[in-house]
Design a protein around this ligand. Sequence first.
Ligand code: NAD
Length: 422
Amino acid sequence: MNEHALYKGPVFEMATRQFHSVADHLALPRDERERILWPKRAIAVSCPIHRDDGSTAVFQGYRVQHHLTLGPTKGGTRFASTVDVGEVAALAIWMSWKCALAGLPYGGGKGGITVDPHSLSPRELEALSRRYMQEMIPFVGPHTDVMAPDVGTNEQVMAWFMDTYSMYQGRTVSEIVTGKPVQSGGTVGRREATGRGVAYLVGRAMEKLELKPSQSSAIVQGFGNVGSVAAAALAQRGVKIIGISDHSAAYFDRNGLDVAAMEQHMRKHRVLRGFSTQASFDPHELLWQRCDVLVPAALERVITPENVEKIDCRILAEAANGPTTPEADVILDQRRDEIFLLPDILCNSGGVIVSYFEWVQGLQQYFWDEAEVIERLNRALERSLQHVLSRAVRDGISHRKAALAIGVEVVQRAKQVRGLFP
Ligand code: NAD
C-alpha cells in the first residue's frame, strides 16, 4: 500500500489505510488518490545547539506540507523522542482532512524535532526552538506554512519561533505562528481552544444521548494542554472526573478527582506524579474503567484490537490525534450503537479553528474579545458536528468515516476545479 520509501512507520501506515478506506467509499480512482494522498513537500533539517556543559548536540527536525490547494499549510510542531518523518507526514495528512472538515482555507502541515524536551534545560530548549525556526525560514511564511504548538511545545516555544522569524524579516511578523502568548500577538482563547472544543462537543453528544452532565463521569488520558483544559471544562459543566493520567502517573476515584488541585500540582511540579497516594491507579487499566465519557488526550495508537473490546463508555471523545488504530476502529464500528464516537479530526478541531482566528486577527491587526472567540468557535464546531452526523446517517457509515469523507472530498473537489498544472 505504501510505495513511498520516505514515509514509513505505524502512524503513517495508519493514515494511509484510513485514507484508502475513505477513498473506497468515495470511489476515487487510483490516480486521484495518489494526487490527494502524497505530501507536497518534506523538509529535513539538522539543528545543532550548544549544550549547557559546553558540548555540541545535533537534533533532527522535519516539516511536512501536505497540500497547498486551499491556501497555506497549517499545523503543529511536536518535540518528542518518537518523532520521525513518517509520523510527521501522517499528522500533516490528518490536518488536511481536519482543516477541510472545518471549512478553513488551509492544507495540512506538521513538523517536529526528535528530542525529549524534558531532557533540555530552558536555555537549550530556547536555542533548539530558535535554530529549528531559522532552518525553516526558506520554507515557511504567513501565506505558505503557519506553525502552531503540539505535544512537547507550548506558547513560549511559539513566541521564540515568531521572534526568530521576525528578526530575520526585520519586522514583527506575528502571523507566522499561532498559539502564541497574547502578549506577542496571540489571541485570547487559543490555549484553551482544543480542550474547550472537546468539552463543547461532548456536551452536544450528551444532549443527543440524553445524559445529564451532573450524573455523568469522565476519564481523561493526558494532562497537558488539551487534557487538562478538557478535564477542567467538563468539570465546569458538572461532569464528575473520575480518572486522569499523564506519562508519570494515573489517578482514579469513583467519587471524583479534584481537577483544580491537580492543575495546581502540575503548575508546581510539571508532572502529576506525587499528587495523591490514595487515588493512585494502574495507568494501563485506566482506559477500561466504566465511565460515560472517555477522553484519550495524549498519544496515538492507544486503542488497539487487543483492548478495544474492554472500553466501557458511552462517548469516546478523541482529543488526541490518531488514538484508535484502524484495526480497532473496525471493532469500534461494530459497537456504533453503544459508543458515540467523536472522531479526532472533529473532536480536537477547536485548536486549529481558533488558530485560524488568531491568523486572521494577526493579518488584520484587529483583535477580538474572548466572548467573540468562544461564540465563533462553538458555531464552527456545531456546523462540523451537524455535517458529520448527517453524512453518517445519509451514507450509513461511522462518524469517523463521515468526517474523513467530508474532509477528503473538499480537497478532491478543490483540486478538480483548479485543474492540474501545467
Ligand atoms: P502536551 O505535550 O501538552 O500534553 C501531552 C500529555 O500527554 C502530557 O500530559 C503527557 O504527560 C501525556 N502523556 C504522554 N505519554 C502518556 C502516556 N503514556 N499515558 C498517559 N499520558 C501520557 O500535548 P497536547 O498539546 O495536550 O496534545 C495532546 C494530544 O492532542 C496530541 O495527540 C496532539 O496531537 C493533540 N492535539 C493538540 C492540539 C493543541 O492545540 N495542543 C490540537 C489538536 C490536537
